[in-house]
Design a protein around this ligand. Structure first.
Ligand code: NCD
Length: 310
């Protein structure tokens, strides 16, 4: 899509491979500033507005950290109860207000398509920080960064995405993004939680090698990356359906016995019981590094969108 200045980040599908490569390289340069080792005042005087209608720890705080590491400031809310949204204000009106208070808007909302709708009501750039079971494009950028940084290349990687592939927005965005690369994919999910058909068809249409299975034990020895996700309890219309699949898969030391030496285990977090704490001490665990990577990646993105450079 070309230039980044003023651009919305609504769906990862709007990003070409060239765009992704540019962001990853820009993010790498941001690492010393992201760690606080090197001052960077690129966005001094600029204001980021974070509107979180759903819970968040990493996404909101890493956006805040990223903006502040670049010399900017942050306004916003972490839950709508203290705002006029609780009085019944529409998303459209909230956005119309916020656009006069901030230079760029980060939105998380339970409804699919909310970020796209918000973008129609403002000239300010809107970043989708998760829209229901839809997409989570900036999570994907940090996921791609993590794979690239670990393996020096995303091409040639065999990746299993594991867990709630039906409701998990991170795996939807990640799969679309990986389709830009020469990768082999495996979708591993409990019954009823497999990847939506349109995503499967998209992968197949591109001719990428794909395995769809419920058997984590079978694929673990074959892959370079295990991308594990939480069952998205809050999206289940029926709690009994959740009870049926809760605890149905777990990555632990016994499972990893069969793993390749260089296997990288990722997770967007928060984890429940799908990765045993004992895995944290193994050389495979990369989820905390992955969470840190959200800072340099979001710095690169904010800098490119607001300043036009990185
Ligand atoms: C994810 C999300 O919100 O979609 N978390 C995150 O942003 N790191 C994953 C999840 O909630 O399971």
């Amino acid at each position: 899509m070309g230039g980044f200045k003023g651009r919305d980040v609504l769906s990862i599908a709007d990003f070409s491979r060239k765009d992704i490569d540019l962001i990853l390289k820009a993010a790498k340069k941001m690492v010393p500033a992201a760690r606080g080792d090197k001052p960077n005042r690129t966005l001094e005087g600029r204001i980021l507005a974070t509107l979180f209608f759903e819970p968040s720890t990493r996404t909101r705080l890493s956006f805040e950290s990223a903006m502040k590491r670049l010399g900017g400031t942050v306004i916003g809310f972490a839950e709508p109860m203290g705002t006029s949204v609780a009085k019944g204000e529409t998303l459209a009106d909230t956005i119309r207000m916020v656009e006069s208070y901030g230079d760029i808007i980060v939105l998380r909302h339970p409804q699919e398509g909310a970020a796209r709708l918000a973008a129609e009501f403002t000239e300010r750039p809107v970043i989708n920080a998760g829209d229901g079971a839809g997409q989570h494009p900036t999570q994907t950028l940090l996921d791609l960064y993590t794979i690239w940084d670990e393996r020096a290349s995303i091409d040639g990687t065999k990746i299993a995405v594991v867990g709630d592939l039906k409701y998990g927005r991170t795996v939807h965005s990640l799969t679309y993004a990986l389709c830009n690369f020469d990768v082999e994919l495996m979708f591993v999910a409990p019954p009823g939680l497999q990847m939506p058909n349109e995503v499967v068809e998209h992968v197949k249409g591109l001719g990428l090698p794909l395995t769809v299975t419920g058997d984590l034990g079978k694929v673990v020895s074959e892959v370079d990356v295990l991308y594990v996700t939480r069952i998205q309890k809050e999206r289940f219309p029926d709690p009994q359906e959740y009870a049926k699949v809760a605890g149905s898969y777990r990555v632990d030391l016994a499972l990893l016995k069969e793993a390749r030496k260089g296997l990288v285990v990722m997770h967007p977090l928060p984890r429940m019981d799908e990765i045993a704490p004992e895995v944290d001490e193994t050389p495979h665990a990369r989820y905390f590094q992955q969470a840190f990577n959200g800072v340099p990646v979001r710095m690169a993105l904010l800098s490119l969108i607001l300043g036009g450079t990185a």
